[in-house]
Design a protein around this ligand. Structure first.
Ligand SMILES: C[S@@+](CC[C@H](N)C(=O)[O-])C[C@H]1O[C@@H](n2cnc3c(N)ncnc32)[C@H](O)[C@@H]1O
Length: 276
């Protein structure tokens, strides 16, 4: 079964498809760590990282009110897919006891550098979300934002998250929503430009990610029923989902915040979950 068919059929790709997805992820985010487009020069000074942070929360102004990073003081928190470490830093500043993993070595190096510059600590390691190298019941909370739709099996990662969470622990994060304004726009544009005759859907989805390389990261779009079911099947008894992020970027900067909030809640690009 070909790559896109295998993924469409149930997201349990063969070993070689899974290896390819991992290789493309490392190529994509090794070259362009998420958020690096905010900065022109090198990413290694406090000022460059501050620019990444300003850009992120200007684009996604709903994140602090949604995830409440300050609630995790003294808790053991694992973040999966730290990227450039911007959200990881919010947990760190709040006083969480942190562990962070990412498949891409460059992302771990950059987050480590960033934590050093801030005088904060986290146990940062290169690791695959589908094979977490931690014992059962290790964490009070697991956070993963914008990551588990880029891996071979989102379902396998959910099972791993449930395993490493303590009883009563919470899994929070966000994944791309198929039922969003942004998706509707991308799909309509792709169809109007010739659809699969001009470009495969896999390739069009890969271009959603900011890239200066020719990497083709895997992008899975989830429906809310599908996400709820996957979390339940992984062993989460309580699942609550909300939508966030209009994805209209600078178009909303000068509008009253209620516009971004309302559009995000109705047809947001992220399905935000809280699962226990
Ligand atoms: C779009 S970026 C998001 C990064 C960060 N969470 C953020 O919101 O800026 C996706 C991240 O997931 C990481 N990633 C991709 N596949 C992974 C996997 N199988 N296990 C762990 N991390 C993975 C990538 O290296 C990349 O840093």
């Amino acid at each position: 079964m070909g790559y896109s068919l295998a993924v469409a059929a149930g997201n349990h790709p063969s070993t070689s498809d899974a290896d390819r997805i991992r290789a493309e992820a490392r190529a994509q985010w090794g070259h362009d760590p998420a958020g690096s487009n905010a900065v022109d020069g090198a990413l290694d000074t406090s000022e460059s990282f501050a620019e990444v942070e300003r850009y992120r929360y200007r684009e996604q102004p709903w994140m602090h009110d949604t995830f409440h990073y300050e609630r995790y003081r003294d808790q053991e928190v694992l973040e999966i897919g730290v990227g450039l470490g911007t959200d990881h830093l919010q947990f760190g500043r709040a006083g969480a006891r942190l562990t962070g993993v990412d498949l891409t070595p460059a992302c771990i190096d950059l987050t480590r550098r960033r934590f050093e510059l801030e005088g904060l600590t986290s146990d940062l390691r290169v690791m695959d979300a589908e094979r977490l190298e931690f014992p059962d019941n290790s964490f009070d909370a697991v956070y993963s934002f914008g990551v588990l739709h880029h891996i071979a099996s989102t379902e396998a990662a959910f099972v791993e998250v449930r395993r490493v969470l303590r009883s009563g622990g919470v899994f929070i994060g966000g994944l791309y929503s198929r039922e969003s304004i942004f998706f509707a726009r991308v799909a309509a544009e792709w169809l109007l430009r010739g659809g699969p005759r001009k470009e495969s859907w896999e390739s069009r989805k890969a271009r959603i990610e900011y890239s200066t390389s020719d990497a083709q990261p895997h992008v899975r779009l989830l429906g809310s029923r599908e996400l709820r079911r996957a979390l339940r099947e992984a062993g989460f008894a309580e699942v609550s989902l909300t939508r966030r992020h209009s994805a209209l970027g600078s178009l909303t900067y000068d509008l009253p915040p209620v516009v971004e909030r309302t559009l995000g809640r109705v047809g947001g690009w992220y399905l935000v979950h809280e699962a226990r």
